[in-house]
Design a protein around this ligand. Structure first.
Ligand SMILES: Cc1cc2nc3c(=O)[nH]c(=O)nc-3n(C[C@H](O)[C@H](O)[C@H](O)COP(=O)(O)OP(=O)(O)OC[C@H]3O[C@@H](n4cnc5c(N)ncnc54)[C@H](O)[C@@H]3O)c2cc1C
Length: 258
């Protein structure tokens, strides 16, 4: 059984997965979107709502903005580098393995695919929370939309089930969804057995130079290693931004097009 299954590989879900995977938790992201690596389950035309964006200009780190699809591709790649497995599929139902013992984890049914199981589930699926109905997590209806009620750390009323991003009623902005995904992931890490302080990379001697052990989750690296990582990162970014993307934003489904 996996440690964490994240339903939704959009902004919040991918950010969450980077943290849980780097903390050593076996993490699966399952996403119903068409741009996810097509390695299993269903074919579907939806995906992150951010794919409707024409130019992402308020996400820190991109002084002239970034193509939203390029941002999603890079974030997906970062999640996989961190150790996340990403699969294509739509989750239709989540139920406890054992009603009387939520520690036993959850079974996730998928449309046309094999069921999955995970000890903890982060729901990060923006507009879809129907699959949580059997669990009675506390859904709030506003107009045609449902949100999931969570505490400050993203925990729902059901132990082991969390919600992140827009689904958790966070403001409708990408950086907020990413930040919330990370925050909820920290709650998952805290609630699991992972030995974790912070996810930090510091210079050699930052902790040990003060007679402290490197805390769990942290890493000290030499200057040579820092340069190596910087070189690798520069190469990757040059490659990633070398060519224009040949994909256009997704239009609102109710707009008629030729
Ligand atoms: C036209 C437009 C322009 C925007 N521009 C900006 C902008 O410039 N700046 C900004 O900050 N924000 C912008 N946003 C808002 C931003 O896109 C969202 O706030 C952000 O994407 C929310 O992240 P999320 O992870 O909660 O949801 P999403 O990014 O939508 O991710 C949800 C994921 O869940 C998957 N999913 C859904 N149901 C299931 C299921 N049952 N099983 C498996 N997977 C499922 C979907 O495929 C999707 O990939 C814009 C939004 C729109 C519509």
């Amino acid at each position: 059984m996996r440690d964490v299954c994240i339903v939704g590989g959009g902004v919040a879900g991918l950010a969450a997965s980077i943290f849980t995977a780097r903390a050593g938790l076996d993490t699966l992201v399952i996403d119903s979107g068409g741009r996810t690596p097509p390695n299993s389950r269903t074919q579907s035309s939806d995906g992150s709502i951010l794919e409707r964006n024409a130019s992402l200009e308020n996400y820190p780190g991109f002084p002239d903005g970034v193509d939203a699809r390029r941002y999603l591709d890079l974030t997906r790649e970062q999640a996989q580098t961190a150790g996340t497995t990403i699969e294509l599929g739509r989750v239709t139902r989540v139920e406890p393995v054992d009603e009387s013992d939520l520690e036993a984890g959850f079974v996730l049914e998928t449309e046309g695919g094999e069921p999955l199981d995970a000890r903890r589930v982060i729901a990060a699926s923006w507009a879809d929370s129907e699959y949580l109905v059997p669990l009675d997590v506390g859904r709030i209806q506003r107009g045609s939309k449902h949100f999931v009620s969570v505490d400050d750390a993203g925990r729902t009323a059901v132990d082991g089930i969390y919600a992140a991003g827009r689904l958790a009623n966070e403001p409708h902005q990408a950086i907020v969804a990413a930040g919330h995904g990370a925050k909820v992931a920290l709650a998952v890490i805290h609630d699991s057995d992972a030995n974790f302080y912070y996810d930090w990379v510091a210079s050699e001697g930052y902790f040990t130079g003060r007679g402290r052990e490197v805390p769990p989750g942290c890493e000290e690296i030499s200057d040579e290693e820092r340069r190596k990582r910087d070189e690798r990162a520069r190469e990757r970014m040059l490659e990633a931004f070398a060519e224009p993307l040949d994909e256009r934003p997704t239009m609102h489904p109710s707009v008629e097009q030729d």
